[in-house]
Design a protein around this ligand. Structure first.
Ligand SMILES: [Zn+2]
Length: 456
């Protein structure tokens, strides 16, 4: 305790700052562009070639893996990236949902009812409430009237709009209107190909990942052409990875329970089940249904998954092991899938960043995808809403943070302490040695003391 107090005092005395530097004024704050390539599994970076992406992060930051949120599906994770909340907190829990109170249904093809989005405030709404503009090209939710707020610069979702057109409009909005401080872009690949061919199909994945890298090349070129490259901050990331599935790894629910005894809201790899009979009877049957599937009553879902505190979570949740597919009684629907446990590396995406706020050539092994939200709020200079992320986890990626300097300062302080302690010990030793070299000194003093009473 004494040492840490001493360290703290020395750091304070030395004038080193532990906290974040003051935010820049509104006009100086560079804009932020957030790009998602859906289903970009982190280890694609080790297995395939990405000359343009490497150019992007060689002069910026690379985070090898993000720990995303459960369920590792597209909508829950895209909403977590822009709210900093776990799925149970923002309410976007899966690709297919049912709300038992309002009796409403949600699917990715029927997603425009604000009801499903209003449990959280995404960053683009906060940006506009702070007096700036936001611009969006297809990021999930940006075309929905969330918190009674509609974006002026936005696209209605249309998968046929090419990447170049999505980005071209964003850069036009950003250069035309300097109040645009946040822009976001979504692209459907490599998710689409990962589902269709499976991530282990290297021939097809090589093709699609080359296309993705070409899009990143176009992005660099377009930002250069419009004078934005190096002036704005750019983050490229994804929502989840992809696991290889196989027809030999099927879990058939109808082999375990009667088709008339349950309703399925969402099916695989995380099934949401509403029993039509006694919950515990159905739960018991599902618990012993298959070695590669876990069954949970809603209240017993492990805390680490942050997936029980919401009305939209159904009474029984089934979670398949990596690469296994849950069906009612059918055949394998796709060769690649995601949604599995968010601790699996195959479910993790990566993150890369470039721009004036970021260090150059900096590498981080990992952080949580919910940490991105406080980082983005910091970059834009707005106060974050309550969230599950931590700015402390990501701050070292920023050039203005004192990470390296602080480590050096602590090293210097520890060095000074060691030297001071050594000198103090040496001084004491020498003093004792002086005393012991005069064997009669104490005796002499004692003699003086003994003399005193005689003087009285
Ligand atoms: Zn996705």
């Amino acid at each position: 305790m004494q040492i840490s107090g001493y360290l703290y005092a020395l750091i304070i005395c030395s004038g080193l700052t532990l906290s974040v530097p003051a935010l820049k004024s509104a006009n100086d704050t560079p804009a932020l562009l957030l790009v998602s390539f859906d289903g970009f599994r982190a280890d694609y970076l080790n297995k395939y070639s990405f000359p343009n992406l490497e150019k992007f992060f060689s002069d910026g930051v690379l985070v090898h893996e993000l720990t995303n949120v459960f369920t590792t599906k597209t909508f829950p994770n895209h909403y977590s990236l822009v709210t900093g909340l776990y799925a149970e907190s923002h309410g976007m829990l899966a690709s297919i949902m049912y709300d038992p109170v309002s009796k409403r249904h949600f699917s990715i093809k029927n997603d425009s009812d604000p009801f499903w989005w209003n449990e959280a405030t995404p960053i683009w709404v906060s940006v506009e409430k702070n007096g700036y503009r936001a611009a969006a090209a297809m990021w999930p939710g940006t075309d929905v009237k969330i918190q009674n707020h509609t974006l002026k610069y936005k696209y209605e979702y249309d998968s046929k709009v090419p990447f170049e057109e999505r980005l071209g409009n964003l850069t036009q909005w950003m250069t035309m209107d300097r109040s645009v401080k946040f822009a976001t872009l979504y692209w459907e690949e490599p998710d689409w190909s990962g589902h269709k061919y499976g991530p282990e199909n290297t021939t097809e994945m090589t093709k699609v990942l080359r296309e993705v890298d070409n899009h990143i090349g176009f992005l660099i070129e377009q930002l250069n052409k419009t004078g934005l490259w190096g002036k704005i901050n750019v983050i490229i990331t994804s929502d989840h990875g992809m696991a290889q599935c196989a027809k030999e790894r099927l879990i058939k629910l109808n082999d375990c329970i009667s088709p008339n005894s349950y309703t399925v809201v969402d099916l695989t790899p995380v099934a949401a089940i509403i029993p039509l009979q006694d919950n515990s009877t159905i739960y018991k049957k599902l618990s012993s249904c298959h070695d590669h599937m876990k069954a949970y009553l809603k209240d017993d879902v492990p805390d680490r998954l942050h997936y029980k505190n919401n009305e939209r979570i159904q009474p029984i949740i089934l979670v398949a092991d990596e690469g296994w597919t849950i069906v009612k009684n059918g055949s394998l629907p796709r060769l690649g899938d995601h949604g599995y446990d968010n601790t699996l590396p195959s479910m993790h995406p990566f993150l890369a960043a470039h721009g004036p706020a970021f260090r150059k050539g900096y590498r981080m092994s990992s952080f949580n995808s919910v940490d991105l939200y406080p980082l983005m709020c910091h970059l834009i200079g707005i106060a974050p809403e309550a969230n599950n992320g931590s700015f402390a986890h990501v701050r070292c990626a920023l050039v203005n943070e004192q990470c390296g300097e602080l480590a050096l300062a602590v090293g210097i302080v520890i060095g000074v302490l060691i030297i001071l302690t050594t000198f103090t010990c040496l001084f004491k030793l020498m003093k004792n040695r002086d005393a012991s070299s005069r064997p009669f000194a104490r005796l002499e003093l004692d003699d003086d003391a003994d003399d005193e009473p005689l003087l009285e």
